[in-house]
Design a protein around this ligand. Structure first.
Ligand code: FAD
Length: 617
């Protein structure tokens, strides 16, 4: 008898199982194939715009992905550095084989967690309550709660040209029976698709025709538990398609699974195949690709940007039209995959399903796309499945607290009509929810939940003490005018006519800690991330304060809870469309109600008055 069973050891299942176990639930993690634990099925990279924020938030809460990513980093880059701090995002090239090995070993050694290879075919019920799962071969495992993290495997099919193969990703076995049962239970299933490019041999390229793409000199680790990463970074390479490539693909477009009508699933707008790019951006005479190493012990390179489901021979032919690739050797063809997922508007903000108590869903099965999105949901599902068993309130991170909050709120409140990918543009409070301050925002919550270890907590408190002291110091420490002015003149800044506090100097856009270093004698040994965080807080104070005001307004609506048993059809003044949408989605508070399409401000006022009247009665 287990407390929690997690179905699927992908990125969602791993975080869910570790969180539930570390919080004290006796957990069983079942997965079709132990050799695909935490498989990076697509790009061998972790992070990126918006996704890097999720990884840092998972780490700050006491999750695992940040530490795993740091341990397998091959190359690291802080993206969007030329833009504002709100969109700075960490992205690493990861050794995907090492990622799998390290994660599997961690699961095998986690006290209180049982890892087992088995394919779950059905949920079981006793007296109408969820009671466990039935696996292939009639194995029955009992549990009080189940988390489904089945990824891209539910009734999945792989497409290469006109070929349709009844398998899961990377040639692995798919799973069929669970989908049928979910439909019987009343879940609305959707058909989504995604795709991946070919893998090629690193020794079959002409690097003189490609552009070197190195990592950053200074590496910022994903995990707040790591001060720095000392690795010999390996390079990626940049190349471009050309008009010959485009013509060849155009001439064969009807043989692409995406364009032959074979595929019915909906794909991600933000991960287009090369066929999509040629069709949607026909005016462009070239599209870039990046060659990303899959691991230290393999010659396989991932051709980022060239995802395709054209026949293998056509894939090989179009790759060979591009500079640097004329003699390319294809090791694995690209393909498209179609799979079942549920519409996430059937979930509560805790990721528990509205239809079956103690049944949670996490990851790609919720209509999201990406390792990071999956891991974030897995962490929250693991925490909340455990807390539900302890009769504790679920942890629901809000849109003003975390990208994880935006991710889950968007999925659950708006549903998904295509694979949902996290981006900074989805986050209205992104200047406050930066990747560098994820620990300040979330580690206290992780500590309260019970996932943040003593070591991490002490480290966090020590860092906060340094930060507080430094904020104090720059406020009260003045630098001498005659020392400042030569520095200001050296960067073309207006000189000052009196001694000025460090803080006031840092408010200037071109002045930073590095510039003031030579004259700032009282500065202690402060971690670079604390210094850069303080620079942002000082320079963007006006914008941050404005965003904090918006957050106050947001919180006032979020704090207006809606009773679970409310009867929207009895509320006069509510428009019919709003009644139907609200009755269908059953939002948990007025803020969530305001984000349901079809519910307009007039409906919200009617609802607010209704709730106020009810509250006073
Ligand atoms: C071909 C391909 C291309 C992709 N392209 C992109 C992309 O371009 N951008 C992007 O962001 N993401 C992409 N992804 C998605 C990315 O891989 C997923 O988002 C991520 O892996 C989802 O994590 P997950 O934990 O939800 O599921 P997965 O990583 O898919 O793991 C699910 C796990 O559940 C197990 N499982 C499933 N059913 C059962 C069952 N019944 N019983 C027991 N175990 C079960 C499986 O064996 C697997 O281990 C792609 C994925 C694939 C396959």
């Amino acid at each position: 008898m287990y407390d929690i069973i997690v179905i699927g050891a992908g990125h969602a299942g791993v975080e869910a199982a570790l969180a539930a176990t570390r919080l004290g639930s006796k957990t069983l993690l079942l997965t079709i194939n132990l050799d695909s634990v935490a498989m990076l099925a697509c790009n061998p990279s972790i992070g990126g715009t918006g996704k890097g924020h999720l990884v840092r938030e998972i780490d700050a809460l006491g999750g695992q992905m940040g530490l795993l990513a740091d341990s397998v980093t091959l190359q690291s880059k802080m993206l969007n550095k030329a833009k504002g701090p709100a969109v700075h995002s960490l992205r690493i090239q990861a050794d995907k084989y090492q990622y799998h090995d390290t994660t599997k070993r961690l699961l095998e050694e986690e006290p209180g967690l049982t890892l087992r290879q088995a394919e779950v075919e059905a949920l079981t019920f006793k007296d109408g309550r969820l009671s466990g799962v039935m696996a292939r071969g009639g194995l029955h495992f009992e549990a009080k709660s189940v988390i489904i993290a089945s990824g891209t495997y539910l009734r999945s099919k792989v497409f290469i040209g006109h070929e349709v193969i009844d398998i899961g990703p990377a040639g692995l076995k798919n799973t069929k029976k669970l989908s049928a049962q979910l439909e019987e239970l009343g879940f609305e299933l959707m058909r989504f698709k995604t795709g991946t490019p070919a893998r090629i041999h690193a020794d079959s390229l002409d690097y003189s025709e490609l552009t070197l793409h190195p990592g950053d000199e200074e590496i910022v680790p994903f995990s707040f538990m790591n001060d720095k990463l000392e690795i010999d970074q390996i390079d990626c390479y940049l190349g471009y398609s050309n008009l010959t490539t485009h013509q060849l693909i155009q001439d064969n477009i009807e043989h692409s699974a995406m364009y032959s009508g074979n595929i019915e699933g909906t794909g991600a707008r933000y991960c287009p195949s090369i066929e999509d790019k040629i069709t949607r951006f026909a005016d462009k005479d070239r599209h870039q690709f990046f060659l990303e190493p899959e691991g230290l012990k393999t010659k396989e390179l991932y051709v980022q940007g060239m995802s395709s489901s054209l026949p293998e021979s056509v894939q090989e032919a179009f790759l060979k039209t591009m500079d640097g690739m004329k003699a390319v050797e294809v090791l694995r063809p690209g393909y498209a995959i179609e799979y079942d997922c549920i519409n996430p508007n059937q979930l509560k903000l805790s990721l528990e399903s509205k239809l079956v108590e103690h049944l949670f869903f996490a990851g790609q099965v919720n209509g999201s796309s990406g390792y990071e999105e999956a891991a974030a949901q897995g962490l929250m599902a693991g925490i909340n499945a455990h807390r539900k068993l302890q009769d504790e309130e679920p942890i629901v991170l809000k849109r003003d607290q975390a990208y994880i909050g935006v991710l889950i709120d968007d999925l659950v409140t708006k549903g998904a009509d295509e694979p949902f990918r996290m981006m900074t543009s989805r986050c209205e409070y992104r200047l406050v929810l930066r990747q560098d301050n994820a620990d300040i925002r979330l580690t206290p919550i992780g500590r309260e939940v019970g996932l943040v270890s003593d070591e991490r907590w002490e480290r966090f408190q020590a860092k906060q003490a340094i930060r507080e002291a430094e904020l104090q110091r720059i406020e009260t420490t003045n630098l001498k005018m005659d020392q400042i002015n030569p520095l200001l003149e050296s960067i073309g800044e207006t000189p000052v006519n009196e001694n000025v506090s460090i803080k006031n100097l840092l408010k200037r856009s071109k002045v930073d800690y590095a510039l003031l270093g030579p004259i700032d004698q009282t500065r202690g040994d402060i971690p670079p991330e604390v210094l850069s965080g303080i620079e942002v807080e000082v320079k963007y104070k006006g914008y941050i304060d404005k965003q904090l005001k918006q957050i106050e307004r947001f919180q006032s609506l979020e704090s207006k809870l809606i009773p679970e048993d409310i009867d929207y059809h009895s509320i006069s003044g509510l428009r019919i469309e709003a009644r139907q949408k609200l009755a269908d989605r059953r939002p948990e508070n007025l803020g969530q109600a305001s984000r349901i399409s079809g519910v307009n401000p007039a409906d919200l006022s009617v609802l607010l008055i209704y709730l106020e009247t009810k509250r006073r009665v």
